[in-house]
Design a protein around this ligand. Sequence first.
Ligand code: NAD
Length: 421
Amino acid sequence: MASSAYTGPVFDMAFAQFQDVANHLEIPEDLRLRLFMPKRALIVSCPIHMDDGSTAVFQGYRVQHHLTLGPTKGGTRFAPSVDVGEVAALAIWMSWKCALAGLPYGGAKGGVAVDPNSLSLRELEGLSRRYMQEMIPFVGPQTDVMAPDMGTNEQVMAWFMDTYSMYQGKTVNEIVTGKPVDTGGTVGRREATGRGVAHLAARAMEEIGLKPTGATAIIQGFGNVGAVTAHALAERGVKIVGVSDHTAAYYDPRGLDIVALENHVRAHRVLRGFSSEAAIAPEDLLIQPCDILVPAAMERVIDTHNVEKLRCRIIAEGANGPTTPAADAVLEKRRDEIFVVPDILCNAGGVIVSYFEWVQDMQHYFWTEAEVMDRLYTALDRSWTAVRARATKDGISNRKAALAIGVQTVRRAKEVRGLFP
Ligand code: NAD
């Protein structure tokens, strides 16, 4: 690729994946960058007052990948690792994910390079509001709709929505999704990603003939996605034998008490201090024996160092981009041993219910939880069937099949619209 503002290992990974799929689809070279390169990006400095009276400046980003199918859609990440290359890769993956799910969106992503745990609540509110204020010329309910991601939550979305609305002089619920239900959020959004991961893990179990009762799972990351997935798998009879967050990792083949873990996190914000008996080195967690492995934290955690050592039967990718392309090549060879439910299929529950929230906000007509969940599982099952059929027909991995459907959908839309001017 010619030199670009977007750099870094996560962006390179998104490009390598795209090239692999473009080769499979025989997409002509001159069409590839049109499909792959983000449409536009905004980089902002967010100065805020700190509690000690000083001023701190945080760098913020928003990348919109393509606007061919409608507004862009994507989360906002608050994490120290955030840079424009990472945000761009996440925006690109959102495009393929939305297209696979049949949603009328392009992908976007935003973020601020900050450790949210280092801020007081007041500082976090200041940063959230200033970031949203800087984004006003760039986003809009018909242009780019935000949502939560790592390090942000319903409260941050409420501040985003309030800040945007104050500038418009009216309440604009539909500018963000993942809001609290009291302020135009939808029931089921908070749980949507994790419940979707558990639903598709169950489909994978069916496929390989594994019964949920007595099956075991390890979950990396115990935030929104990880904790809800753990809960939803446990409800299906799966024994959770391992969990971790950025402060601690625990493994116990007899099973961990999910409700006790949730209570601990509610009281202490982190897993650290839960148990000394079950503590394990975080780098060893993913390679412990289990039936279902759920990476639900960050990118590039399954790589060439651990992929040969994985002892699971299913990988259900809750996180975005948890598997590097080099590790993927090994998983292709281990396809008979390990069944992969790839990220853009597995964690799509979040954006699907975000879409439902946006639709409900614009209509001012809200659905019941049963309606939301029923429509969510119907949408996920439709994508699952399409991915499995494509993987079988083309003799390719589930990941390549999912990406192929997503990329092809965007390509068709671009071709039929033509190239302006
Ligand atoms: P979150 O901030 O609620 O939770 C993140 C969790 O990961 C926390 O428990 C944190 O401690 C843990 N973590 C961070 N670094 C870690 C490390 N090095 N080792 C182990 N654990 C670590 O974030 P989330 O919303 O649950 O997002 C998690 C992943 O899921 C991200 O990749 C995100 O992009 C993806 N995702 C989220 C949604 C959503 O709806 N929230 C939707 C689709 C995909």
